[in-house]
Design a protein around this ligand. Structure first.
Ligand code: HEM
Length: 392
């Protein structure tokens, strides 16, 4: 298999932009109409997740050793979409038809052979992992909404009670779907695992985000949601040892960091934790009561609130990292960052410029909505900024 040929051909195809998923899905749904109901109800205008990942992952097949953990998790996780082994050939066929269409006269028998083998390899890892997961985990958990509090115009804090215990490590993300929209988004619980199994989610309704809008505006106690197995460890304390922490949060990026604060409290041998909590305006600090309570009960925790927009500084936006760097030197700390793409990439860039090394900066994966939170652990260097707000 000639991997450079695979990569090169994928970049030629990817250059056709939105035409590629359009062709792929038309081909797939025409040949296999029964597959249509597995995908989101409204796919118009949606940033495609499957096709981009498919081409990218399959053409990276030479890294299969590094990718294998990611692919296993992806395969097991695909059970939440009701994907079964017999669907893989259909997707493979549509992928090859799409490549053939866009590569036109550059499509050769050898290339067809290479793509078929690469896809087969990836599909094998994913289907075997899905099969193995059957014995261990349900494809999804049904959870009841037991609390729904609007905290401002576009933010809600939800309390969910899964029907069966859903084990997770603080900082991990969980796929969440409302059955009415058949679309999934990742959110990180804002709590350590509780005796009653409940989870707290912080959700901001993102423009065009069907799941987040549903959760904020169209959801009430008594509703049922679907949750998928926890994934990712970009934001877990696993690699931080017993080091002191600097936590930098923007908006609902506070959720996973709140879980980490709770974890430090539960550890019993507290380390120093300095938290910088950012919001665009003072009115957007949506969890003030809980933050005050944590700060009052834990002497090892210092909280600084950072308001991004200030009428006295028109045109200038202050990020939590700006304030933290001005306040002190945290280079001996492990740093956890969560917020929008923009917030995280600026934070990583600022800290790298200030002499922090990438191994001490923890954040979720680039484009997690495309590849899922496990992507970075598998293949990316820690240099790559990401989105961990879970707001889409
Ligand atoms: C080599 C094989 C495959 C790869 C690498 C792959 C990769 C991916 C990735 C990375 C995502 C986004 C994951 C996330 O956001 O959690 C995704 C989503 C999805 N995949 Fe796959 N997939 C493969 C095969 C399949 C097959 C055979 C089906 C069955 C029809 C399928 C159905 C879906 C669906 C329904 C979604 C959600 C799409 C959305 O919400 O927009 N995938 N896939």
């Amino acid at each position: 298999m000639d991997v450079s040929r695979l990569k090169q051909s994928w970049s030629l195809v990817a250059a056709h932009g939105d035409q590629v998923p359009l062709y792929f899905y038309s081909t797939l749904f025409l040949a296999y109409p029964e597959i249509r109901q597995m995908f989101p109800t409204n796919m118009a205008g949606q940033r495609d997740r499957l096709v981009a990942a498919l081409g990218h992952v399959v053409s990276e097949v030479d890294q299969v050793d590094r990718l294998v953990g990611y692919l296993q998790q992806l395969g097991a996780d695909h059970r939440k979409f009701a994907v079964r082994a017999e669907h893989y050939p259909a997707v493979g066929e549509a992928l090859l038809a799409t490549l053939r269409h866009f590569l036109a006269e550059q499509w050769t028998d050898e290339l067809a052979q290479d793509w078929a083998s690469a896809y087969g390899l990836v599909a094998k890892v994913m289907t075997e992992a899905a099969q193995a997961a059957e014995a261990v985990q349900p494809p999804w958990w049904v959870a009841e909404v037991v609390g729904h509090e609007r905290r401002g115009f576009d933010v809600a804090v939800l309390t969910l009670r899964p029907q069966y215990l859903l084990p997770f490590t603080p900082g991990q993300s969980i796929g969440v779907s409302h059955p009415a929209v058949r679309s999934w988004r990742y959110y990180t619980p804002a709590n350590v695992p509780r005796a009653d199994g409940t989870l707290e989610l912080h959700v901001r309704a993102a423009p065009g985000g069907v799941v987040s809008s549903r959760l904020v505006y169209g959801c009430a106690p008594g509703d049922q949601l679907h949750l998928a197995a926890p994934v990712g460890d970009g934001l877990t304390l696993r690699s931080a040892g017993s080091a002191d922490l600097l936590l930098l949060a923007g908006g609902t990026g506070w959720a996973p960091l709140k879980a980490l604060v709770e974890q430090v409290a539960a550890e019993g041998s507290p380390r120093r934790v300095d938290l910088y909590l950012g919001a665009r305006s003072r009115g957007e600090f949506y969890d003030g009561e809980a933050v005050d309570k944590l700060a009052a009960s834990h002497p090892w925790l210092t909280v600084t609130q950072v308001v991004g927009l200030d009428l006295n500084r028109p045109g200038e936006f202050v990020y939590p990292v700006d304030r933290a760097v001005a306040d002190g030197d945290w280079r001996s700390r492990q740093v956890y960052v969560c917020g929008s793409d923009d917030m995280v990439s600026r934070t990583v860039a600022t800290l790298s410029r200030s002499g922090y090394h990438l191994g001490q900066l923890h954040h979720e994966a680039l484009g997690r909505q495309w590849y899922g939170p496990a992507w970075r652990t598998a293949v990316q260097t820690p240099a790559v900024p990401d989105d961990c707000g879970g707001a889409a």
